[in-house]
Design a binder for this molecule. Sequence first.
Ligand SMILES: C[S@@+](CC[C@H](N)C(=O)[O-])C[C@H]1O[C@@H](n2cnc3c(N)ncnc32)[C@H](O)[C@@H]1O
Length: 293
Amino acid sequence: MNAEAAVSGGQPPADRYGEDMLAHTVPTEARRHLLLQRLLDPETKRILTGLRIRPHWRCLELGAGIGTVARWLGEQCPDGRVVATDVDVGPLRSAAGPRVEVLRHDVTTEGFPTGSFDLIHTRMLLFNLPARDAVLTRAADWLAPGGWLVVEEPDAFPIDSSPYPAFRRAVQAGEELVARSHGAATRWARGLPEYLRAAGLVDLGLSVKIQHAGNGAGGNEFWRVLLTQFGPGLLDAGLLTETELAAALALFDDPGFVDAAHATVSAWGRRRPTFADGTRHRARSAGGQSAGR
Ligand SMILES: C[S@@+](CC[C@H](N)C(=O)[O-])C[C@H]1O[C@@H](n2cnc3c(N)ncnc32)[C@H](O)[C@@H]1O
């Protein structure tokens, strides 16, 4: 199940996400989160809608950030329950809305009872955590029979064939930086369907979307903010020179620049339904829903 292509050769560090360049206290971090939601929310909502969310569902959003997905889930499930977690719930408290229960919760050390949720969604969280495989397996256990786990994470594989050396170099240096700083695995998400299958989930689905940077691309501002936040760390670690960093940042002002930056891999699967007659799982009908649901 561990399909990480470790960028860094050493031991993964302890989980230190959010203590440095990605801390919620970094002045541009709130803006980075906002740009991320704008880029990713449409595809997330499309995928979740395709799972035919029911009003009574119990939902869990792990590492919810500023909570736009949790808020939306709250609107979809007025008769159910939506729990949104994060290690830093400051931004969530103000943004998640009245239908969402906000919970300070470290997913690497805290859990939920088996079978608690009909839907668990997480995005841009697991790749940051050295314990990502274990967390995914535990999350699958928090699903009720028939419940869905939806995981959306970035994979940097498109950057390897970028025709822009300055951008390629900067993104690859950023991959090394986050691997060293908190054990992030930026080449892990490609295997998500297999990880979900190994966790015992069925009815798997997959969507891979390329995120663009460059003039006119929605991701341009996100990449500018991200690379600016990473800049001091990249220079301190000797991963980029000032000239290389400046060359990469200059691309975001170049009207001729547009490129595939990374992929967002979204994968989903569900826990086998258990029926009153004791059978574990029945094949999906042609209409897409399992019998007995
Ligand atoms: C890149 S942000 C993604 C936020 C949101 N899921 C999204 O897609 O916009 C990662 C979030 O995970 C949270 N996080 C990091 N480590 C965590 C942990 N161990 N348990 C729960 N949340 C964590 C961070 O505080 C941050 O809000």
